[in-house]
Design a protein around this ligand. Structure first.
Ligand code: PMP
Ligand code: GLN
Length: 384
């Protein structure tokens, strides 16, 4: 294994999911739903397979899906992309992110990540030979996580090629405010930085919050690669259909990298995702309402079990502090939790270069059936 990949041999999700399987633990670790997406979407995929949509799709993705992605972003956010050359279909958001780094980052270029960061970001930067720099989320006086804007301004400079931004944010559930987005946009414009936005949770915001893509801010459309995918919005994390929207120069660069990574992918799923984006947004509204209720169910249960629970404004996830239960380290806690009480969770510190305050936080997923959440909570009560 190359030195650039040696630090990344296993993923925390594989590790904890395997531990959960071995111990029969309730898996509130890896974020995937335990129910299916909209029936009509599943049916369109089945019909596509039966109808012979089984060979290589076009390199940029099925035209019908590119059109649906473009229409969705225009209708929802007012951002316009030409489906011909400003939309690219990828194998999940994961490939979109890696291909974007491969396309845009020269060896030695710096890429700024917000920590805690999603686990594939540092690896994508490393594969491209880039150098990662991090900016922290910090808990403010009201316990909400805030982006450290002074740190951002001090880290970004002429050596910075790109900034990867994820809102709603995995693992904290933070939704960046319009003021934070405006400040980030200013830093990107002033330093001629490309913004790469991971918007896979774009539909999963709670308590009436609305998602605002960074690309919609003044001067940002021409320097933002916006990434999303089907997995979270339509409960189909195994389909791995993602997409990139951006100015044609950036999208064609990403396409150049993507074509030699996977070439294309998921032919029969592409018409199904197009159908979902066009006809199943009401289903997503219901999913969002269900998830908000599940967030509250898990949050209340964790608090009763003795955790100090933080707010979650979006995503599948909620974070909790293990110190009130007498633990100090989230990783030790998560590695012993399946044996101890039969529940799996993810330590937040593994997503950080500077764990600091994240050392004692653990992430629980609430995208599970109510009975699964309740059983997990029942078991966690045994920690006291
Ligand atoms: N980004 C974030 C923040 C995620 O939580 C995930 C996990 N699903 C991904 C990207 C990967 O998305 P996909 O499955 O579409 O590759
Ligand atoms: N995105 C999911 C999570 O954060 C997991 C994806 C994965 O297993 N790589 O839990």
């Amino acid at each position: 294994l190359t030195s650039r990949l040696r630090p990344f041999t296993s993923t925390i999700f594989a590790e904890i999911t395997e531990l959960a399987r071995r111990t029969g633990a309730v898996n509130l670790g890896q974020g995937f739903p335990d129910t299916d997406g909209p029936e009509s979407m599943l049916r369109v995929a089945q019909e596509a397979i039966a109808g012979g949509v089984n060979q290589y799709p076009p390199g940029a993705g099925e035209p019908e899906l590119r059109a649906a992605i473009s229409e969705h972003r225009a209708a929802r956010y007012g951002t316009e992309y030409d489906p011909e050359d400003q939309v690219l279909v990828t194998v999940g958001a994961t490939e979109a992110l890696t291909a974007t780094m491969m396309a845009l980052v020269e060896p030695g270029d710096e890429v700024v990540l917000v920590e805690p960061y999603y686990d594939s970001y540092p690896v994508a930067v490393a594969m491209a030979g880039g150098v990662r720099k991090t900016v922290g989320l910090r808990q403010g006086p009201d316990h909400r996580f805030e982006l450290d804007l002074d740190q951002l301004r001090s880290v970004v400079g002429p050596q910075t090629r790109a900034l990867i931004l994820n809102s709603p944010h995995n693992p904290t559930g933070t939704v960046l405010t319009d003021d934070e987005l405006a400040a980030i946009a200013e830093v990107c414009r002033d330093n001629d930085v490309v913004a790469v936005t991971d918007e896979v949770y774009e539909h999963l915001l709670f308590d009436g919050r609305a998602h605002h893509p960074l690309a919609g801010l003044p001067g940002m459309a021409e320097r933002t690669v916006s990434i999303s995918s089907v997995g979270k919005s339509f409960s189909a994390t195994g389909w791995k259909i993602g997409w990139v929207c951006g100015p044609s120069e950036l999208v064609s660069a990403v396409r150049a990298a993507k074509q030699f990574m996977t070439f294309v992918g998921g032919a029969p799923f592409q018409p199904a995702v197009a159908h979902a984006l066009r006809h199943e947004l009401a289903w997503v509204d219901q999913l969002r309402a269900d998830l908000q209720r599940k967030r509250d169910r898990l949050s209340d249960g964790l608090a009763e079990a003795g955790f100090d629970v933080l707010d979650s404004e979006g995503t599948y996830f909620i974070c909790a502090d293990v110190r009130p239960l007498g633990f100090t380290d989230g990783a030790d806690f998560c590695h012993s939790l399946p044996e101890r009480v039969g529940v799996a969770a993810i330590p937040v510190q593994v997503f950080c270069d500077n764990p600091g305050d994240f050392q004692h936080l653990v992430r629980f997923a609430f995208c599970k059936k109510d009975e699964v959440l309740d059983e997990g909570i029942r078991r966690l009560h045994k920690l006291r």
